[in-house]
Design a protein around this ligand. Structure first.
Ligand SMILES: NC(=O)c1ccc[n+]([C@@H]2O[C@H](COP(=O)([O-])OP(=O)(O)OC[C@H]3O[C@@H](n4cnc5c(N)ncnc54)[C@H](O)[C@@H]3O)[C@@H](O)[C@H]2O)c1
Length: 255
């Protein structure tokens, strides 16, 4: 029960990594408030969890909205009495070179992958300061550190999120607030699978073939990323702050 009575906010809760996070943190004793865009999807996932004996709350929100972002933290404070851990996990992946990137693709990447984390952190940090500390884990990407081809808006937003993480880690270490980022490479979630579908490849085959290119022999399962996020959110990583932790299965990301 690593997270006994810890109050945890998780964004992107109905996505692949988000579901794994909610289950892991709940199983380890946390009070979880999760959020995602569709109220219907949030309610459906909550019912699935209830059927398995897990109780969580949600607030649906569009992370492109500043008001919605601030409301997530305000709701968490109202319902849970505070926030000890914030996991900025939600993300979108517009695909294209600069010539293929529309204004909407550009701004959706920056708004959801970067600015939402800025709003959520700015809203939660004063509460964490009052409580004497906390932990924030942002989900960046290896592509935020070593840009992959043809994903300009995504790579730029994830690079900026990595920079935001390092800045916050340094600025608020003295408050007892540890801010870190996980940088996964490939993870078997709807986000990765949508890329195969888009290219006319069966996602199951795509994941299997891609797994052969990973020295550890498979594409990461969402739980394998959730485990690293949980480590960064837990007291076990008490001396880790302002870091961007790569999780690649030993696959070289660049070159
Ligand atoms: N899957 C991968 O290969 C991979 C690799 C590196 C990093 N990541 C990162 O991991 C994180 C989780 O992604 P995932 O793989 O679970 O993908 P996913 O698509 O399964 O989940 C992303 C979630 O974010 C939510 N979201 C998107 N836009 C939103 C908005 N405007 N408001 C509220 N919620 C919104 C989606 O509804 C979805 O539930 C993302 O930040 C992603 O960039 C994923």
């Amino acid at each position: 029960m690593r997270f006994h009575n810890k109050r945890v906010v998780i964004t992107g809760g109905v996505g692949g990594i988000g579901q794994a996070l909610i289950q892991l943190f709940s199983q380890q004793g946390a009070n979880v408030l999760f959020t995602d865009r569709s109220e219907e999807d949030c309610a459906e996932f909550t019912l699935t969890l209830e059927a398995r004996g897990t109780q969580v709350d949600f607030v649906s929100a569009d992370l492109r909205s500043k008001v919605d972002c601030e409301n997530i933290i305000d709701t968490a404070i109202d319902t849970m009495g505070g926030v000890d851990i914030l996991l900025n996990n939600a993300g979108v992946i517009p695909r294209g070179t600069i010539l293929e990137t529309s204004d909407d693709m550009w701004f959706s990447a920056l708004d959801i992958n970067l600015t939402a984390a800025f709003y959520l952190c700015r809203e939660v940090i004063p509460h964490m300061q009052k409580n004497g500390g906390g932990a924030i884990v942002n989900t960046s990407s290896t592509w935020g550190l070593y840009p992959g081809p043809g994903h300009l808006a995504y790579c730029t937003s994830k690079a900026a999120l990595a920079a935001l993480t390092r800045n916050l880690g340094r600025d608020h270490a003295g408050d007892g607030i540890r801010v870190n980022a996980v940088c996964p490479n490939e993870v078997d979630t709807p986000m990765l699978r949508s890329g195969f579908t888009r290219r006319g490849i069966d996602p199951d085959n795509g994941i299997q073939e891609l797994g052969k290119t990973v020295p550890l022999g498979h594409v990461a399962k969402p739980e394998e990323i959730a485990n690293v996020i949980a480590f960064l959110a837990s007291d076990e990583s008490s001396y880790v702050c302002g870091e961007t932790v790569e999780v690649t299965g030993a696959k070289p990301v660049y070159g």
